[in-house]
Design a protein around this ligand. Structure first.
Ligand SMILES: *Cc1c(COP(=O)(O)O)cnc(C)c1O
Length: 441
């Protein structure tokens, strides 16, 4: 985030706090760096899950990223932001017929599938829609590197199909109406050095090789996922990936059809947090500073309703936001006398769990002052408990070339509803796709 403090103060005055500010140039720079760190010709997907803020999605698409989406809402956001449906990847372990029909009607043709049932359902929807569809099979590797933190593979998982399953019953992984055209492995996440990242990619390539021995597909695309890390809600810069490009090139030579060679399959990577993390800053207003027993409390106007709500899901690290006080006209408060201004940083919600940091360092924080939480461009607002306690979502502004490019506010509101004529997810109740059905062929 390169936006100067005086601009942040002006934006806070104009739009109120809490306020998310995104510097689109930082997102573009992260994209350029990642694109330069993987072999030339690789596809780079932006995972909208990290942050679907439309101007940010638009900036990353313009920079050359493709959209990885896993809901109707994310898909529509990506398309409205300028994504070409033909270059989108639709993922998720429970895609409904309603979602698939919607995606196909909007022009999406590439899906990641997680099981024979998922594959058959896609084939069914594509046949109904009368359009061709391709799928990459998400694999769950049989092992994962030691020392791995949050591992979305190797362990039992709702994502993908175990490699052992694919090898035991390859006949299940076929369906009319959809061509299986490659593989998808997304395992490690939030990794910040090349060695550990390579451990995961080696694992992914092994999984692909093992599955391919059994399935013998005409492989067009191999999506190796990502796991590119980024500091979260604390100062820091995005990691660099020295040597990654060359080491990946060596590894990819082991893929079926020698990926990344001329005429070989396309290799793809995915990232949410690395691409978006650094561009976002959350501005909070200090509402109160007080003592309880021996503890100093700094109470801000935003808490887990705007940041860190997903810490319980381990998608974001335990929230220990390290905001920097923005210099302001407000006189320094009592904390200036404290050794290092230690305080519990609490939010405004009526729950004792609304804490952004149990041991923040906030010397001089005083009511009326501003705090700036850096590196919250990914897993910020939409990963928070936005609807909890009915507070308005904060404004979000995109800053570009020194000016405000867009200012938006996410709405959460009740709408009257008449009984849904279809299934809960808008599914028709017609023919059902099941793994069993696929197997009898
Ligand atoms: C969440 C997710 C990502 C993005 O993860 P980051 O850690 O934000 O890079 C990419 N691919 C898939 C399939 C995901 O579920």
């Amino acid at each position: 985030m390169n936006v100067p403090a005086r601009t942040l103060r002006r934006l806070a005055a104009e739009y109120g706090t809490p306020l998310y500010v995104y510097d689109l140039d930082v997102a573009r720079a992260a994209h350029a760096e990642l694109a330069g760190s993987v072999p030339a010709g690789s596809h780079l997907f932006y995972s909208l899950k990290a942050n679907p803020f439309p101007p940010l999605v638009g900036a990353l698409l313009d920079a050359g990223a493709r959209a990885e989406v896993c809901s109707r809402g994310e898909l529509d956001t990506a398309l409205a932001a300028g994504a070409d449906a033909r270059s989108c990847l639709y993922t998720g372990p429970a895609k409904t017929e309603g979602e698939l029909a919607h995606a196909l009607s909007r022009g999406v043709r590439l899906f990641s599938v997680d099981s024979p049932t998922d594959l058959a359902r896609l084939g069914l929807c594509a046949r109904r829609a009368g359009v061709p569809a391709k799928a990459i099979l998400r694999l769950n590797p049989s092992a994962y590197p030691r020392g791995a933190g949050l591992a979305m593979g190797g362990a039992p998982s709702q994502f993908g199909a175990d490699v052992a399953w694919v090898r035991d019953r390859p006949g299940q992984f076929r369906a009319d109406g959809v061509e299986l055209a490659g593989y998808h492995v997304y395992v490690g996440t939030n990794i910040d050095d090349t060695d550990r990242l390579m451990d995961w990619f080696e694992l992914a390539v092994d999984a692909v090789r093992q599955a391919q021995e059994a399935l013998r597909l005409r492989v067009e695309i191999v999506d190796l996922g990502g796991g590119f890390g980024h500091p979260y809600a604390r100062p820091g810069t995005r990691p660099a990936w020295p040597g990654l490009d060359e080491r990946l090139a060596g590894l990819l030579a082991r893929l079926p059809g020698a990926a990344a060679s001329p005429g070989g399959p396309v290799v793809a990577f995915e990232s949410g947090r690395y691409l978006a993390g650094g561009c976002g800053t959350l501005l909070l207003g200090v509402q109160d500073v007080k003592r309880s027993k021996d503890t100093r409390f700094v109470i801000a106007d935003g808490g887990v309703n705007v940041l860190g709500g997903m810490q319980g899901l381990r998608r974001v690290p335990p929230i220990m936001a390290e905001p920097l006080p923005l210099p302001s006209a407000v006189p320094a408060g009592d904390g200036a006398r404290d050794r290092d201004g230690e305080a519990v940083l609490a939010g405004p919600l009526c729950t004792a769990l609304d804490l952004l940091n149990q041991r923040a360092r906030l010397p001089g924080a005083a009511p009326g002052g501003l705090l700036a939480v850096p590196n919250v461009g990914a897993y910020g607002l939409t990963a928070a408990l936005v609807a909890f306690l009915g507070r308005d979502a904060p404004a979000e502004v995109a800053v570009d070339a020194g000016g405000v490019r867009a200012a938006l506010r996410l709405e959460t509101a009740y709408r009257p509803l008449s009984a849904a004529p279809h299934g809960v997810n808008g599914d028709s109740t017609g023919e059902r796709a099941t793994g069993e059905r696929a197997e009898t062929r």
